[in-house]
Design a protein around this ligand. Structure first.
Ligand SMILES: [Fe+2]
Ligand SMILES: [Fe+2]
Length: 189
């Protein structure tokens, strides 16, 4: 049984009330997508609630953990340490919150970049995070992304990643997003 109270407390104790509000919104959006696409709602809500839990750490602390553990660090992560937050959140989910479900851990781990061979849970959490935008205002892709996500997770992922590439929104593309995009473009999903 998931202890959502402990998860909420972790955000609050880390001074991340706004991140908590964001992950709760992502959980609701993920649930909406899960009902449309026939996914397990509990898995989606758990992944959503933990996807940004590493926000309680600084980017340099994330980088320190990645180095300490000998994790393979992508050039984009090397340059922008906060890009590690997806992978560090997955480690925290497993080690601090006892999550063992691989669908949940995987969805947390690739929520920013997606990855090659991404599954339905990965895609649903990735999209829910983008639809529940947390940086103020309504992003220009919002309506189309939401509409597409209600129809096809693959189409919506492809649309969003293409949008990021076409509009130069990626500071430095992480290998995972490039690979995910190639796969979606080639229809190998
Ligand atoms: Fe995130
Ligand atoms: Fe997020």
């Amino acid at each position: 049984m998931t202890d959502y109270g402990a998860i909420r407390k972790r955000y609050i104790a880390g001074g991340k009330q706004s991140t908590l509000t964001h992950v709760e919104e992502v959980a609701d959006t993920a649930e909406w997508l899960g009902r449309i696409h026939g996914l397990n709602i509990e898995k989606l809500r758990l992944a959503a609630m933990l996807h940004d839990v590493s926000a309680v750490l600084s980017p340099d602390e994330m980088y320190g953990i990645a180095r300490e553990r000998g994790m393979e660090i992508d050039a984009a992560e090397e340059k922008y340490h906060f890009l590690l937050h997806q992978r560090i959140s997955a480690i925290m989910a497993r080690e601090e919150f006892g999550v063992t479900d691989e669908d949940v851990l995987s969805a947390i781990e690739c929520h920013t970049t997606l990855k090659r061979g991404a599954g339905m849970y990965d895609k649903a959490v990735f999209l829910a995070d983008k639809i529940s935008w947390d940086r103020g205002g309504v992003p220009p892709y919002y309506d189309e992304l939401k509409e597409l996500a209600g129809k096809s997770l693959d189409e919506a992922c492809r649309y969003f990643i293409k949008y990021q590439f076409d509009n130069g929104l990626l500071l430095m593309p992480h290998r995972w997003i490039t690979e995910a995009y190639e796969e979606l473009e080639n229809g190998n999903v």
